[in-house]
Ligand binder design. Structure first.
Ligand code: ADP
Ligand code: MG
Length: 151
């Protein structure tokens, strides 16, 4: 499997990379974010939102599970940490297949409902403000996308 790694030394760098990635996205793209609490999933999403020229403040949708934002492309921001049943159908499909970009924090918790083709990004907390990002694309579209970004 293709893997692409990137180290960041502060939240701004994580945000900037996400903003850059946003420039490559198109409607129907799905990004799965994995990593412990405080790893930077929401920080990443905020950067991506900036890249999509979303003006509203993006906050963690922990209690609402899904939040929608209008931008160059719509952003569907999910945080499924509190989804009690991995199989419960909360209408995720309509977002995955919608006209926007979907970002899912804690995506593995709804693994069975995720599209098989997606860009999974693992964020690992290292010492201080350092983070390691590992991008694992599944499907040709996302593999190509990663190659473009890391070229
Ligand atoms: P999560 O959504 O994964 O729980 P958050 O993005 O909410 O994580 O929190 C990450 C915290 O770590 C923020 O306070 C952010 O400013 C801080 N941080 C420090 N360094 C980094 C970095 N390199 N990348 C992302 N966040 C960082
Ligand atoms: Mg979060």
């Amino acid at each position: 499997m293709n893997q692409f790694e990137l180290d960041t030394t502060n939240s701004e760098e994580t945000s900037q990379f996400a903003a850059k990635l946003a420039g490559y996205l198109k409607p129907g793209d799905v990004i799965a974010l994995e990593g412990d609490l405080g790893a930077g999933k929401t920080t990443f999403t905020k950067g991506l939102a900036k890249g999509l020229e979303i003006k509203k403040t993006v906050n963690s949708p922990t209690f609402t599970i899904i939040k929608e934002y209008k931008g160059k492309l719509p952003l569907y921001h999910m945080d499924v940490y509190r989804v009690a049943d991995a199989f419960e159908d909360l209408g995720f499909d309509e977002y995955f297949e919608g006209d926007g970009v979907t970002v899912v924090e804690w995506a593995h918790l709804i693994e069975e409902q995720l599209p098989s083709e997606r860009l999974t990004i693992f964020l690992y907390r290292e010492e201080g403000d350092k983070r390691k990002m590992v991008l694992t694309p599944t499907g040709e579209r996302y593999e190509h996308l990663c190659k473009e970004i890391f070229r």
